[in-house]
Design a binder for this molecule. Sequence first.
Ligand code: TYD
Ligand code: MG
Length: 458
Amino acid sequence: MAKAKIYYQCTTCGRQEPRWLGMCPGCNAWNTLEEQLPRLENAKGRSNKRKAAKPIEAQAVRSSHAIRQKVGLTELDRVLGGGLVPGGVVLLGGEPGIGKSTLLLQVCAGLQHQGANSLYVSGEESPVQIRERAERIGCPLQGLHLLAETDADAIAATLGEGDYGVVVIDSIQTLRCADLPSAPGSVSQVREATSRLCDAAKRREMPLVIIGHVTKEGTLAGPRTLEHLVDTVLYFEADPGRSLRVVRAHKNRHGPVSEIGVFEMTGQGLAQIDNPSAAFLHDRPESTPGSVVFPLMRGSRPILVEVQALVSPSPSAQPRRTASGCDPNRIALLAAVLEKRAGLALAGCDLFLNVAGGLNLDEPAADLAICLAILSSQADRPVPKHTAVFGEVGLSGEVRAVPAAAARAAESARLGFQRLVLPAGNLEQAREGLGNEIRLQSLPSVADLAEATLEPKP
Ligand code: TYD
Ligand code: MG
């Protein structure tokens, strides 16, 4: 048998190198290569005298749509694409303390309410701690099985014997495979443990949810390489300074990735927010220059968010264009369009843009709202109360139609907005299903935006 060699693997991207290097050639991260000892393969296992694997006919395969298991939390079910899939593996990433353990205990409770058993495997907390938390947040204890174990093979064996409606692993970074020499939390351990657990869950057709801690840099600790091993990757994120929590899909083999679920951390665990628009607009100052409300689409659902701009004279020769929650390049482009087409003088000004609530403006439909926020701040004239805005802006300043106008208009009307500024091309769709409670105002170009929309200066 050939002597297996030591190699070095990047803890971030998983790239393997025969030598140690300061910088990983795969992802350019520094000091991420770790020494890995090879696993000794059994010579017999490598023999090519294997029994042939047997394919099955597609018709005989059960469709996952029919057998989805709702977890009982509508916000999470929507993000999952309708519920958990038997044998489907979900990775839930998030920073420590965000509420991952709490959320998954509530998932267990949801399935127990439907009469299923659940298994909560924890390498971080003792059964006493988990039970106390379950009692505190009102999860039923009946049907909840706890296992304090960190050996991946022992857990896989447990899965092989049990029959659970859901299995939770808290967290993947604490698990280890005894036959691998590296430490728990290292790339090879995390990856191998995940793959063994996935096999076990798929064989028994049980849904498996794995918690993964996210590092400060925002990557799933160690390996992004875990993402291809699992069916669904969810991130659990916080709105800084608030108790709102957003869960969103980063990858989903069983559903869309655009949906989000909104929760709030309370004294009794996570509460679902059925009306996220109201929650995101909660602290909005009214009649303040630079603040604009925009109906954002998240999957099938519109959510009203506040876009804020601040334009101020710049002390430096190179004015700043800073954005949080949207692409700075888009801001620079829209600022240029405003200078050219709406006669705005931004050259000596710093420009800051912020999206309240920590959501991301990743659709062009936000352009008009961003432009209006900039105009409003620059002119120091507020946007009138109860006004919402959407539309795409082209390079010549023209306002273009966007998708989902009807849903955006309906959500604005529902939250009591009385005026909607939108592209002319969307007027007809927006009017569908709306009464007279909201006035629709269309604009051909950003050239007239300020005059048509902003309040006169007092
Ligand atoms: P936890 O689920 O332990 O987070 P994670 O598993 O992501 O590390 O929850 C962390 C925080 O949530 C903790 O600081 C306490 C708080 N919390 C509440 O405010 N209310 C509750 O009912 C629970 C269970 C936790
Ligand atoms: Mg936890």
